[in-house]
Design a protein around this ligand. Structure first.
Ligand code: PEP
Length: 248
């Protein structure tokens, strides 16, 4: 039985004061969570320490990005150990915004994921096809290629990895894959994970992301291969995110 993972990606939103207000409101709205799920928020780097110091009950913390070296002359970057020291349990790597805007490749994402694992955290590796790739019938080959490429060298560590399937056309657009279409892709990802890592594939959590909201989360979470949600916009409102975390 895989424990579901509901994660909020706050992206480049919220000053420290605003982030503290949001975590306080979220803690009030979500004082406990059922034992079958983990709930995590991923604030900006600047807000992480302040969030870590707040009473948060069952809500864990994660980061949105990392640099895959332990220290050195990497101006502007943050190491895995720095995030672990704050108390992060998860790090999002390879979000489609970073793939598109910062040119991150599968090989670089695999390096980041390995560094996150080495520091004792779990990477949330994002994959997903663009609208054009879907319309040209290439969605599955693109996504499975990203899965294989982003897991290169991590074949023995699969169960500590989280995959987030996020169709790019569904991120921040209000468009969501139907629960059935998402399940089809998640099952294909699981089959690819089996090919890569054998039985460990059954223990890998595969989140869905892309305009997850209170009114579609229940149906998505009911699918057999959907093991949680990576939530962007709807994670910025405490009551809305609490409702998503309390999916039925
Ligand atoms: C995301 O950016 O990971 C995301 C899923 O965003 P949204 O929920 O706003 O579509």
């Amino acid at each position: 039985m895989r424990k579901k993972l509901i994660a909020g990606n706050w992206k480049m939103h919220k000053t420290i004061a605003e982030a503290v207000a949001l975590i306080d409101a979220l803690h009030a709205a979500l004082p406990f969570v059922p034992a079958d799920r983990d709930v995590v928020v991923c604030p900006t780097f600047t807000a992480l320490s302040s969030i870590a110091a707040r009473p948060r009950g069952p809500i864990g913390i994660g980061a949105q990005n990392v640099y895959p070296e332990s220290h050195g002359a990497f101006t502007g970057e943050i190491s895995p150990a720095m995030l672990a020291e704050i108390g992060c349990a998860y790090v999002i790597v390879g979000h489609s915004e970073r793939r598109a805007m910062f040119g991150e490749s599968d090989a670089f994402i695999a390096k980041k994921a390995a560094a996150v694992l080495a520091a004792g955290m779990s990477p949330i590796i994002c994959v997903g096809e663009t609208k054009q790739e879907r319309e040209s019938g290439r969605a599955q080959s693109v996504v499975l290629g990203q899965v294989a490429g982003s897991l290169a060298g991590l074949e023995g560590r699969l169960e500590d990895v989280v995959i987030a399937y996020e169709p790019v056309w569904a991120i921040g657009t209000g468009l969501t894959a139907t629960a059935a279409d998402a399940q089809t892709m998640h099952a294909a990802i699981r089959a690819e994970l089996r090919r890569i890592g054998g039985a460990a594939a059954e223990r890998v959590r595969i989140q869905y992301g892309g305009s997850v909201k209170a009114d579609n989360v229940d149906e998505l979470m009911a699918q057999p291969d959907i093991d949680g949600a990576l939530v962007g916009g709807a994670a910025l409102v405490a009551e809305g995110f609490a409702r998503i975390a309390n999916y039925r």
